[in-house]
Design a protein around this ligand. Structure first.
Ligand SMILES: *[C@@H]1O[C@H](CO)[C@@H](O)[C@H](O)[C@H]1NC(C)=O
Ligand SMILES: *[C@@H]1O[C@H](CO)[C@@H](O)[C@H](O)[C@H]1NC(C)=O
Length: 370
């Protein structure tokens, strides 16, 4: 009896020591994480806004740990959730508008993204009340003031300098602006190549502002192959294939984004920004879905009409039984499985996918000079 007690209490102490050992390095290493952009990375800010651009009803979240909708445009985890896991955080940063984002939770970071937004203020106007990029950046500034009151200005500056920042924006400037309706205002104002140049120059200003606000490790993603998502296959597909026009837009936009990012790094004299070629990552499983374990990349798991690509994913939509077999969860957004493949490439892809380096290299090269 006393033997058993002795054994169990020494196991308890051993367990405690183990727990302390495993907590200590994590606390030292886990960095804050900030997220900016659109529905690909929104984790629920729009739930708090009067807008139709939200994913807070079933079957969204069907494979989330709680099996409940959260506002993520995914069956389960989204790209920020998986990146958060990969950098050793125990919880992904909360949406900035979530009232639970107070006190110590602020130190994990914050997610400012809002579904429907674009680089331009006039993108997504049909969604009315969404957090446009300039406001996401203003919130980032406000966030820093709030954190300063907890840990002081110097510590806040360090927290931000050491943090990982993700920005995913641009797709909506095509889908929910230039190509939203035939003869849209922007398409009458600009030929496509000039529109792309304009977007890139505005995107550059957003990245400079992030830099000025203290961001030093910034992951910038391009758009996916916009013309090949189930929504475009259903609405604009040419001969059952991808929409040629949107593919042309993606082919113009993504390389110029990489060039702009390289130019910024040169100007600053440091590799602050790394660009993810999400177009190529996506294209891989669109051209050979079986190689990635998908049955299809042409049909959304949740939706209706051709390719399940029309309208929204709702409780009344068709719903596939196994989401892991689908590259697309809904007409526009990748499944959790696809998000995992994308993040894998972001972490350890070659320069074909990541420029000038992959995320694990960036995070390992922790020689941050401010
Ligand atoms: C968007 O609106 C804000 C606030 O009115 C303004 O400061 C910003 O310059 C605008 N951005 C663009 C790209 O027009
Ligand atoms: C990317 O990451 C992996 C794993 O960390 C590394 O071994 C590899 O060399 C990197 N690739 C490039 C091209 O930087």
């Amino acid at each position: 009896m006393s033997m058993a007690t002795g054994t169990s209490s020494s196991w308890m102490i051993f367990g405690l020591v183990l727990a302390m050992l495993s907590i200590a390095p994590l606390a030292a290493e886990a960095r804050a994480f900030f997220v900016f952009g659109d529905s690909l990375v929104d984790s629920g800010n729009n739930n708090y806004l009067a807008t139709t651009a939200r994913a807070d009803a079933p079957p969204y979240g069907i494979d989330y740990p709680t099996h409940l909708p959260t506002g993520r445009f995914s069956n389960g985890l989204n790209i920020p959730d998986i990146i958060s896991e990969q950098i050793g955080q125990t919880h992904p940063p909360l949406p900035y508008l979530n009232p639970e984002l107070i006190g110590q939770k602020l130190l994990v970071g914050a997610n400012f993204a809002s579904a429907g937004i674009g680089i331009l203020n006039d993108t997504g106007i049909q969604f009315i009340n969404i957090i446009r990029m300039f406001r996401q950046l203003n919130y980032f500034e406000e966030y820093q003031h709030r954190v300063s009151t907890i840990i002081g200005e110097e510590q806040t500056r360090q927290l931000v300098n050491k943090a990982l920042v993700l920005i995913t924006v641009g797709g909506n400037d095509f889908v929910n602006n230039y190509y939203l309706v035939p003869f849209s205002a922007r398409s009458r104002q600009f030929a496509l190549p000039d529109y792309v140049k304009y977007l890139i120059s505005e995107y550059r200003k957003l990245l400079m502002r992030l830099y000025e606000l203290g961001a030093r490790q910034v992951l910038v993603t391009g758009t996916g192959p916009m013309g090949c998502v189930p929504a475009e296959l259903a609405m604009r597909g040419t001969n059952g294939g991808c929409s040629a026009e949107l593919q042309r837009a993606a082919a113009l936009y993504n390389p110029q984004l990489v060039q702009m990012v390289q130019g910024l790094n040169r100007e600053i004299g440091q590799d602050i920004f790394i660009a993810a070629n999400t177009q190529q990552m996506h294209m891989d499983f669109i051209s050979d879905p079986q190689a990635y374990g998908f049955t299809t990349s042409k049909i959304a798991c949740c939706g209706q009409g051709p390719n399940n690509g029309l309208g929204l994913c709702t409780a009344l939509s068709n719903l596939c039984p196994d989401r892991d077999h689908y590259a697309f969860w809904d007409p526009f957004h990748p499944s959790e499985k696809a998000n995992r493949i994308i993040v894998q490439q972001i972490m350890s892809g070659t320069t074909q996918y990541m420029n000038p380096m992959n995320l694990s290299t960036l995070l390992a090269s922790d020689s941050i000079t401010n």
